[in-house]
Design a protein around this ligand. Sequence first.
Ligand SMILES: Nc1nc2c(c(=O)[nH]1)N[C@H]1C(S)=C(S)[C@@H](COP(=O)(O)OP(=O)(O)OC[C@H]3O[C@@H](n4cnc5c(=O)[nH]c(N)nc54)[C@H](O)[C@@H]3O)O[C@H]1N2
Ligand SMILES: Nc1nc2c(c(=O)[nH]1)N[C@H]1C(S)=C(S)[C@@H](COP(=O)(O)OP(=O)(O)OC[C@H]3O[C@@H](n4cnc5c(=O)[nH]c(N)nc54)[C@H](O)[C@@H]3O)O[C@H]1N2
Ligand SMILES: [Mo]
Length: 731
Amino acid sequence: MTESHSSTDRRTSKLRNQIVTTSCPHDCGGRCILRVHVQDGKIVRIESDNGEEPQIRACLRGRAYRQRVYAPDRLAFPLKRQGERGDGQFRRISWREALDTVADELKRIKDQYGSSAILYIGYAGSIGCLLHNKRAVSRLLNMFGGFTETWGSASSEGSHFSSKITYGTSYTGNTRDDLVNSRLIILWGLNPAVTIQTLNTNLNLAIAKEKGVKIISVDPRFTDSAATFAQEWIPIRPGTDTAMLLAMAYVIINEHLHDQRFLDTYTTGFNRFRDYVRGSEDGVAKTPEWAETITGVSAVNIKELAKEYANSKPAALMMGFAPGRTAYGEQAHRAAAILAAMTGNVGIMGGNAAGHGWVPVGFIQKDGQFPGLPEGSNPVKEKIHISKLWDAILGGRAKGYPADIKLLYVTNGNPLNQFPNINKGVKAFNKLEFIVTHEQFMTATARYSDIVLPINTHLERNDLVRPWGFGAYYIYQKKAINSLHESKSDFDICCELATRLGIERYSDKSEDEWLRELFRVSENISRDVSDYDAFKEKGVHKIRVDKPIVTFEKQIEDPEKNPFPTPSGKIEIYSQQLADLNNPRLPPIPKYIEPWEGPKDKLVEKYPLQLITTHFRTRTHSIFDNIPWLKQVEPHAIWINTADARRRNIKNGGKVLVFNDKGSLVIRAKVTERIMPGVVCIPEGAWFNPDKKGVDRGGSPNVLFRDKHSPCGAFCSNTCLVQIENCPWEE
Ligand SMILES: Nc1nc2c(c(=O)[nH]1)N[C@H]1C(S)=C(S)[C@@H](COP(=O)(O)OP(=O)(O)OC[C@H]3O[C@@H](n4cnc5c(=O)[nH]c(N)nc54)[C@H](O)[C@@H]3O)O[C@H]1N2
Ligand SMILES: Nc1nc2c(c(=O)[nH]1)N[C@H]1C(S)=C(S)[C@@H](COP(=O)(O)OP(=O)(O)OC[C@H]3O[C@@H](n4cnc5c(=O)[nH]c(N)nc54)[C@H](O)[C@@H]3O)O[C@H]1N2
Ligand SMILES: [Mo]
């Protein structure tokens, strides 16, 4: 009895000893806690947070991570291309040959064409990690003489831009525990039940709902969030949000429901906005009837929502990033922030500034930036927008772009799949002299590369992980297993390349010394948990807050002492900075500008359906598309309204061809009333897989998108017109 008891103890303690606390740092809105069970150096199962409240519980992707680590198609060795670019034939080579080749090509291109001929695309793959991320290569290339950089956030340039103009900062949010203090919550293009936007958004929406807070969803789709939390769904045509928000402002002004004292004290330029809304500037009053013809939302619904919002203080107008990822999407975010100011919902508990929504918690430096490997400065100054890369590569200086690109370096991203106009991207890739990609899988980008270097996953290395924008915790990402096969981290590869490139000072620290340094420069953490070793041991630290964090609380309480960080010190309804640009497409007050590929574009005669591309439950962008467990959860399919499907004789589950002038793809149809007529939706991130005719069999929507950004630089992944028919070649 005693014996068997003690052997059980030994067994359980052995198991317990091998549960490693770590995280998932891909660019999803989560960054959760993973508790990884390791036996004999192998991961046997993955659980999530079972510690103190609030728990940071992982979703299905984090819990399925074991299948990603041990996937049979995981890249194991350095590879060199054999056949044509894209046909997938590679040969295993040694690390020495791979690194020599990359170093030699970098030197050759720099000598022959200058540093600007090197384009580096580092994106979101391990964006939550402070050390092992894209900065490893930008640091290396800066030390090597520089490179052509990209600009533009694929996520939220529209929302960032609007918040910086209106409030002077992207830190405009309240922690999610404040949602219970609202009387009304509007989820505007926000679907946190699927598209994670910081953990505990759902928990707090559920608590708010139980407490009786009214929740309304404004979205072209009846989302899982609408189904779970909302009392009302208002479908709206994509890219037309500004018109509806302006009409709401019209109603609020007309009925004198705006908070004039708030506007007088904290804002500047309201009268200019009021004049535009009433029509004295352009002769068009922005009435609900005007907006109805643009948005498809009835004038009655617009009036009701406007009045309800203005009369329900404190109310939280919560903007997703999706409305900003449209042709003139920045205008929608500007208009929303102004509605929040007009109703006095800024800087109060239960309110919401309707801005970018970040909260200043987590690993943040004194200057508001996230800590990371110091990148140094880039001698090459010009940058190219992520939507214009293919044109820049194809056209070069002759077409007015800042560089003639010859070499492409990719880490932490799958740009061929994730950036618009894939077919043009393929042409651009084919024009380049050399492409190297650091990857974990044979993505579309890797398949078109010359050298592919295998990268370990975050379960195979130590790091610090920061939450996504609004989360109040820090994670020490502890290595669970050794690097599989011959994989290495981006940082380790760069250390080895530095030697070959004659760069001596690339790194003077070990992994742990760097992490200690990044911990030290994090202004926030030093206040909370000052002891690195204790934090490392504990693995996770949740910030204790007695009450929700409400940004701009100080500005509202004492505006004299605490101006907003804008040029005027006030919330800028009228922006002199924008007026100075003198660009009618970036007006100083938000305006409705007719979008390209919108419902009124002539192109609707050929391509009558508006395509949106939402984030998906089973993927983080293109990550996890190859994971069998996740494939079973929800199939990749295009949402199409029953009426639109009937007209085309399309059946639920049938294969359809989706096409326009830029490309075509095959995908299964999900025929549903949950999307409004005239709009279709393909979840982003499916793997591009063209057949011999050039039709994408993977269903990657970026084959259909125009490579054009909004005036402020927003990525327009919800602005696209397409046609659909039953797939002509398959039963
Ligand atoms: N049509 C459409 N397109 C979109 C969007 C959309 O909504 N619609 N969304 C956009 C948005 S918001 C974003 S943020 C972008 C994301 O764009 P990307 O960052 O290009 O997308 P991911 O698929 O996350 O690609 C990350 C890649 O990094 C790899 N990776 C993971 N960890 C590491 C690592 O440690 N090192 C290296 N070297 N690689 C690693 C993964 O295997 C994966 O292939 O996509 C954008 N594209
Ligand atoms: N599961 C999962 N979660 C993620 C990610 C992921 O890949 N997978 N990615 C993370 C990243 S990097 C980002 S940037 C965020 C993105 O976060 P969001 O941009 O908020 O997410 P989306 O799913 O693209 O869109 C949210 C909702 O907006 C609706 N919508 C689309 N176009 C419009 C429009 O023009 N007007 C209105 N009113 N609604 C519209 C869609 O139907 C959808 O329900 O998500 C993060 N969370
Ligand atoms: Mo994103």
